[in-house]
Design a protein around this ligand. Structure first.
Ligand code: FAD
Length: 459
């Protein structure tokens, strides 16, 4: 049987782009379908525009800090329209860059929504094509809970296109997306209220990190309403009125309401049943949510249909761009490069671009204690005022923590809250991934004066 393509990829986001180019580099005939702008969530409505907003949100504090160094800075004002337009322009430039990369790699781009017709046939806007192998890399999308008035709420998709800067934004969701946008909008000057179901944000992160970020955000003016859920929203003359239940029952008025409570794999209407691709339940917590489904895969990203594979957020493993890329490349190497390999989901570093910023790699203290037992775990912790702030008067703190296996001396986890945490933990992650011991950390000479040197001087 001959097919139109060796590989057909559905979705030109992080995973699909990486896999298609890698497969083509081995000589495979590859096509990729994309129904929106090429680039996917990360480039178009995720990591990149978000990080640009993070940078912008830091300026007001820097203007204030400058005074401590003798700088007289005049009144500063954000031109919101200019800012949003500049981000959009950059996103479109990057999207075009990705189209050029596909072209250079010899991957054919088909614009339009793709659906599976049968196990070897894909339809893109009415055109049917066949492929020996198919990769599903359709990502996920934000979902709103099923509560009254949700039509007034926005998600992370819309926040990049707000016509005006919100005066008061209310946010539900205590994961990294809600937390990052709370910091961003506060930094940009909006009043921010983050409503959380429990006491603290960022479930799954090390407890010390969670506390440190939340305290830091509170210091920066984010208001947390804890142990409270939103029951519904209505549009009133003053703005959006949120009805609350739990510890706080006073209704809240805001002009923008951001829902960041979960994302769902994009599997609806994809035709998975036509191709014999199985799904598996993955759970989303919270009121108004039902169970979600993701594509079930093995460690080679292979679905229940042996020649159909899936990578990235649609499989709901670790939903991060470098993971989608890693899974995509491992798939392409295995299936087209004669190099069968598994992408490791262990010790994946990650950052939360809140203010203060945090980053982490490896086990949290709680995970280490539950896996190894209390006696087998030792932690090292340092908390200090960064040198930069010795002249600014700001009460910023940096916190670092190592989680160590007492028996092997291996560093199991490294966690940080403070400026540059993402940049610093990236380097530390190499050591952790290589199995470095606390002794190895201690034997490393610090770079002085930096915050990072504390990672090799903790006693
Ligand atoms: P995607 O990048 O979502 O790509 C899927 C593509 O498939 C999309 O372009 C979509 O339009 C297309 N598609 C869907 N269905 C079809 C169809 N039927 N036919 C054709 N095309 C289709 N990760 C990080 O590592 N760092 C961060 O800082 C970070 N920040 C984030 C911030 C936000 C606000 C969000 C929402 C996500 C963030 N992420 C971050 C997560 C990251 O964006 C995702 O993990 C990553 O994009 C997943 O890649 P993917 O290839 O699985 O899917």
């Amino acid at each position: 049987m001959t097919y139109d393509y060796d590989l057909f990829v559905i979705g030109a986001g992080s995973g699909g782009l990486a896999a298609s180019k890698r497969a083509a580099s081995y000589g495979a005939k590859v096509a990729i379908a994309e129904e929106d702008l090429v680039g996917g969530t990360c480039v178009i409505r995720g990591c990149i525009p978000k990080k640009l907003m993070v940078y912008s949100s830091h300026f007001p504090a820097l203007f204030q800090d400058a005074a401590g160094y003798g700088w007289k800075v005049g009144e500063a004002e954000l031109d919101w329209e200019y800012f949003i337009t500049a981000i959009d322009k950059e996103v479109r430039r990057l999207s075009q860059l990705h189209i050029n990369f596909l072209d250079k790699a010899g991957v054919q781009l088909l614009s339009g929504r793709a659906t599976l017709v049968d196990a070897h046939t894909v339809e893109v806007d009415g055109r049917k094509v066949t492929a020996d192998k198919i990769l599903i890399a359709v990502g996920g999308r934000p979902i709103k809970p099923n509560l009254p008035g949700m039509e007034y709420a926005i998600t992370s998709n819309e926040i990049f296109h707000l016509k005006e800067q919100p005066k008061h934004i209310a946010i539900i969701g205590s994961g990294y997306i809600g937390t990052e946008f709370a910091s961003i909008m506060r930094g940009l000057g909006s009043e921010v209220t983050q409503i959380i179901r429990k006491d603290s944000i960022l479930k799954g992160f090390d407890d010390d990190i969670r506390t440190e970020i939340q305290e830091g955000m509170t210091n920066h003016g984010v208001r947390f309403i804890k142990n409270t859920v939103v029951k519904g929203v209505e549009c009133v003359s003053e703005g959006l009125k949120l009805t609350l239940s739990g510890e706080h029952i006073e209704p809240l008025i805001a002009d923008v309401f951001l829902v960041a409570t979960g994302r769902s794999p994009n599997i609806e209407g994809l035709g998975l049943e036509n191709a014999g691709v199985d799904i598996a339940a993955t759970s989303l917590e919270g009121p108004g949510y039902s169970t979600m489904n993701a594509i079930a895969v093995n460690e080679y990203s292979q679905t229940s249909q042996p020649h159909i594979f899936a990578v990235g957020d649609v499989t709901d493993r670790i939903n991060l761009t470098p993971v989608a890329i890693g899974e995509g490349r491992a798939f392409a190497d295995s299936e087209f490069g004669n190099h069968r390999r598994v992408f490791s989901h262990e010790d994946v570093p990650t950052a939360v671009f809140s203010t203060p910023e945090a980053a982490t790699v490896g086990l949290t203290e709680a995970q280490a204690r539950s896996q190894l037992g209390d006696d087998a775990v030792k932690t090292y912790r340092t908390r200090f005022r960064p040198l930069f702030h010795s002249l600014t008067g700001a009460s910023e703190k940096t916190m670092m923590k190592l989680v160590v296996d007492v028996n092997t001396d291996k560093v199991l986890g490294a966690h940080m809250v403070g400026e540059g945490a993402g940049e610093i933990i990236q380097g530390v992650a190499i050591a952790v991934k290589m199995g470095a011991t606390k002794k190895d950390f201690d034997a490393t000479v610090g770079i002085h004066p930096t915050a990072a040197e504390e990672f090799v001087t903790m006693r």
